[in-house]
Design a protein around this ligand. Structure first.
Ligand SMILES: Cc1cc2nc3c(=O)[nH]c(=O)nc-3n(C[C@H](O)[C@H](O)[C@H](O)COP(=O)(O)O)c2cc1C
Length: 169
């Protein structure tokens, strides 16, 4: 028997509504290919291993950063403070395809050459161990090969209402 389309719409709404209760931090994901650096805001980040320390980040397949990440095989995550919504907005509202988002932003390069923000709580320098296609995103698993804490404060937790102008495309 055919399903009522209203049930499907309802279920989809329920799934999206329920997914909003997963909590995420907010990070700036930096990567570098040759002399070209780029950075984007990323929330879909988690630790995946203790030995060796590893993290995963999900990057949508059509992001400008996506192919740079796959080609370079390295990335840095800068953990933002609770007062850095403006930084998250800056690195999400435009694409590195059209502008240099790092211009005028103080940043350093990790030992493996990825850009990290000098003004953040902590950064991780990662080397891609593995990747997995996951629907419209690619999950990159990175071994953490270096990292440092730059400040002690409350981390920024993702709250969709703070990015109403910057829809997650
Ligand atoms: C708070 C926040 C979190 C985001 N998290 C992710 C994420 O985890 N993965 C992703 O692919 N895009 C995410 N985005 C969207 C990208 O930051 C945005 O599309 C960015 O412009 C991509 O940059 P690029 O084109 O230079 O790669 C997020 C945006 C915001 C505002």
């Amino acid at each position: 028997m055919d399903r009522d389309p209203n049930d499907i719409i309802h279920e989809r709404g329920s799934i999206l509504g329920a997914l909003r209760y997963l909590t995420h931090g907010v990070y700036v994901l930096g990567t570098r290919r040759g002399r070209q650096s780029n950075a984007m805001t990323a929330s879909w980040v988690m630790q995946t291993s203790e030995k060796p320390p590893a993290v995963a980040v999900a990057v949508k397949n059509d992001r400008y950063s996506h192919d740079i990440l796959l080609e370079s095989g390295t990335f840095a995550l800068s953990a933002l403070r609770e007062d850095q919504v403006n930084v998250a907005t800056h690195f999400s509202e435009t694409s590195g395809e059209y502008s240099d988002k790092l211009l005028g932003v103080p940043y350093g390069l990790t030992p493996s050459g990825s850009p990290f923000l000098l003004d953040c709580l902590a950064y991780l320098d990662c080397r891609v161990l593995d990747t997995a296609r996951a629907g419209d995103h690619t999950v990159l698993i990175g071994e953490v090969i270096a990292g440092d804490t730059l400040g002690h404060d409350i981390p920024l937790i993702y709250d969709p209402s703070e990015y109403e102008e910057t829809i997650l495309r």
